[in-house]
Design a protein around this ligand. Sequence first.
Ligand code: NAP
Length: 264
Amino acid sequence: MNFAITSKGDSKSNTLMHKMRSYLLDFKLVYDEDNPDIVISVGGDGTLLYAFHRYKSRLHKTAFVGVHTGHLGFYADWLPDEIEKLVIAIAKTPFQVVEYPLLEVIIRYSHGGKENRYLALNESTVKSVDATLVMDVEIRGQHFERFRGDGLCLSTPSGSTAYNKALGGAILHPSIQAIQLAEMASINNRVFRTVGSPLVLPAHHTCMLKPVNGADFQITVDHLTLLHKDVKSIQFRVADEKIRFARFRPFPFWKRVRDSFISE
Ligand code: NAP
């Protein structure tokens, strides 16, 4: 089996990365940064986001596992003092794979140039560059509302505990094939109206944003931020691709939620 290891880059993560690499080589696994069957991310959830984007072209052939060197992560569940156990599990056990849904983002441009397609593990956000964001929101091809405010956030179930949660969105279990639309500071008064609640869309529904004024937007995909000019529409839906996590023991989602947000 081929493996690769990505590190957050701090000394603790780098030391663990080197140790795991040498243990796995001792077990006769092959280090292959370009074609890994398993990617071990050492750091935090942010490190796993980077690893996901690095290997997003081979998601069907790669499984991810995360070791956290900071606080407990949603994607990184192994502790530094468990790496020997993890290495043995990787080397000896045929592992179980758990799949989580991803968000597909397609940006189309008025000048008719080539559309851009992205995959997000956590979310994509849309903000205006200078003024209030004004967007017509369509769901499944039907006009839903005209949004005015700071921005909109479309998240995956596993990303629902990240930016989406800070916006008052619901936490979705990652076994649910859905995306969630959450508002950022919508303008609501007697003239302007939005639904005000986060919306959860099933896999067969598409959400389309169409600019009303302005065509330049700051669009994020996980940790990446890009300025897109001359935007005609931005389309979101549950992607056909999924991220695959290697599971060597139970990792209950609601326990992670509790440990991260409630228990000390
Ligand atoms: P960052 O600003 O360095 O870190 C953002 C924080 O979000 C980190 O503590 C990270 O955990 C945590 N995080 C990432 N994915 C998560 C998830 N699925 N559930 C719960 N927490 C999660 O940025 P970054 O490391 O490049 O990560 C980019 C992410 O930051 C974006 O995808 C977005 O979700 C998040 N973000 C959140 C807000 C907000 O809450 N107001 C604003 C902007 C961006 P680790 O420390 O374990 O890496």
